[in-house]
Design a protein around this ligand. Sequence first.
Ligand code: IMP
Ligand code: MG
Length: 181
Amino acid sequence: MDMHPDLEQVLFSRERIAARVAELGRQISDDYRNGNLLLVGVLKGAVVFLADLMRAITIPHRFDFIRASSYGKGTTSSGYVMLSGQIEHHLADYDVLIVEGIVDTGRTIEALTREFTRSGARSLEVCSFLMKKRARAVPVVCRYLGYEVPDRFVVGYGLDYDERYRHLDCVGILRREVYEL
Ligand code: IMP
Ligand code: MG
């Protein structure tokens, strides 16, 4: 298939993504076989990853969502993370696995960790599809990680720039001309 013209480079094809998600699903199914797994997807970026991941997990589990925003229309974090939406599950009953699309500064995961710890989650781990190779303001431990990516702005597989490109089935680096005008 032709590359989207706004991409500079495709980092992960649909096939590579599917293979990695299958591996993560196997690993999670194995690790949580004696637990009570609740996936909490971080809206909106993690929606596509979560939908694939839950079907790659073979043990019974549930899912929920939380909304986090910090980027607005830009390509850099404002540093301020806003959480919204209501988790329907009583977290103290669950082994919570945060499902995120990409970790950049680490502030979103920091805010979610604080929130879910306060809610008394039985256990708490992070599964992110992508993580940027960079010095992080806040250290983040991802027990499950799809891939590391260069410190560039990437889109596709749920990740957006100004709400665009989420539907791309690959992950690619966005051309600078698209956002540097
Ligand atoms: P952090 O709080 O800086 O770790 O950023 C995490 C959030 O920023 C993610 O949930 C994404 O919504 C967004 N984000 C960070 N880097 C990118 C990127 O390269 N492309 C698209 N969204 C990104
Ligand atoms: Mg975004």
